[in-house]
Design a protein around this ligand. Structure first.
Ligand code: CTP
Ligand code: MG
Length: 384
């Protein structure tokens, strides 16, 4: 088949119950990018010419928007099972009628590039093809209250993407509707199509449990060997007002911090720390106080911009540490909220975010309660 028309269906309509309560796993962040966005990025890099269709759960539209970049693929609603979700995706492509379709779990953010070209080439010949790995461990099956030995030889773990001629897999899925088949190769097989396995990539594991999620973090870090630390410092004076903004959190107080933006001294120091890791000057160079558009601006925009500059270099922010210096207001009662706000802005796990506070024992301008100072460090990781 000469340059076939290829579509990729990314199934992302699951609830992620095995990973635990809260956000479904495909919408969780790994260093500032959601699992789903990483899956999209992987597919785009591996198959630049392919169309992508995402299948999301009913009611997840806002979540999909919030956890993907602006140029996100279009989405259709899935069903109660993976199989039902895939069928919805296939039906949505009827008009487009691609030659070849790859069906891929959004919960597998890595490793598509290893197999994509081979899958497309083989799928052109008809039947189903999927990447798979041999099982290295000895296997036992739970049976009658005991664990019975099982033959390991010839046992393979099947991954995604799985590739097919679109017309063949659409017909097979329509025929299999309502069954409980956990992958598309099984659907193809049930319809009498031949199936082939090609060598998979261990990095294409499916995130299912917390241990997998931790492994996903490690996988991202492992590719980013250039570790850098940046430092930032900022001061704002008190002026009239009834609250201060500190690390993105509104803290009631008898004064406000004076400044051009919302004067969030913690976010400003942290923004400078992140800029420092990539030698990108300072916050004033990016957001000049003379520019009216930053008057009263919420300072999280500054930090997000600094993080986006790191991301543009293929890097991530791995850890931040902020120290606020003031006699008052008291930071302690708001510390957890600040950590959670920073973690949210940065897309980081809370244990990679630190907010500390100290007084200066009545000494100096902070001791005289004239203003607040903040110090910050940021660690980023870049491709070596
Ligand atoms: N999936 C889907 N529609 C469903 C169920 C699953 O699109 N009704 C997708 C998931 O989003 C995931 C892939 O199929 O990308 C593999 O499924 P699985 O790992 O089982 O994910 P979840 O069903 O979300 O997780 P769990 O089984 O732990 O609830
Ligand atoms: Mg499931």
């Amino acid at each position: 088949m000469n340059s076939p028309k290829v579509s990729v269906i990314l199934v992302a309509a699951g609830r992620g119950t095995r990973l635990g309560d809260g956000l479904p796993k495909q919408y969780r962040q790994i260093f500032g990018r959601s699992v789903l966005q990483r899956a999209i990025d992987g597919v785009r890099a591996a198959l630049p010419g392919a169309g992508i269709l995402t299948v999301i759960a009913e009611g997840a539209e806002a979540l999909y928007q919030a956890s993907t970049d602006g140029d996100r693929p279009s989405a259709v609603l899935g069903g109660d099972t993976r199989q039902a979700s895939v069928l919805k995706g296939l039906e949505a492509l009827v008009e487009e009628a691609p030659d070849i379709v790859l069906i891929h779990d959004a919960a597998r953010p890595f490793g598509v590039e290893t197999v994509a070209a081979d899958l497309v080439a083989r799928a052109g010949k008809g039947g189903g093809v999927a990447p798979a790995l041999e099982v290295p461990d000895t296997l036992r099956r739970a049976e009658g209250g005991a664990f019975q030995p099982m033959m390991r030889d010839g046992v393979w773990r099947v991954q995604t993407p799985q590739a097919f001629l679109y017309a063949e897999i659409l017909a097979a899925h329509r025929k299999a509707a309502g069954q409980a088949l956990t992958d598309d190769l099984s659907v193809a097989e049930a319809a009498g199509l031949s199936v082939t396995l090609i060598p998979g990539d261990p990095r294409a594991f499916k995130i299912t449990t917390q241990a997998d999620f931790d492994q996903a973090e490690t996988t991202v870090l492992a590719a980013l060997a250039d570790a850098r630390t940046g430092h930032g410092y900022d001061v704002h004076a008190f002026g009239p007002g009834d609250h201060v903004m500190l690390c993105g959190v509104r803290v009631p107080y008898t004064f406000a911090l004076a400044g051009h933006s919302d004067a969030d001294v913690g976010l400003h120091a942290l923004t400078d720390a992140v800029l420092g890791t990539i030698g990108a000057a300072d916050i004033g160079a990016h957001f000049p106080p003379s520019d009216l558009q930053w008057r009263g601006a919420s300072s999280d925009a500054f930090l997000r911009h600094a993080v986006s500059l790191v991301a543009a270099k293929g890097g991530i922010v791995a850890h931040v540490d902020v120290t606020l210096v003031c006699e008052a207001p008291k930071v302690g009662p708001h510390r957890a909220a600040m950590v959670s706000r920073l973690a949210d802005i940065l897309g980081l796990a809370a244990d990679r975010v630190s907010v500390k506070a100290t007084t200066t024992e009545g000494l100096g301008f902070t001791g005289r309660r004239e203003g607040i100072a903040a110090y910050a460090t940021a660690t980023v990781r870049l491709p070596a």
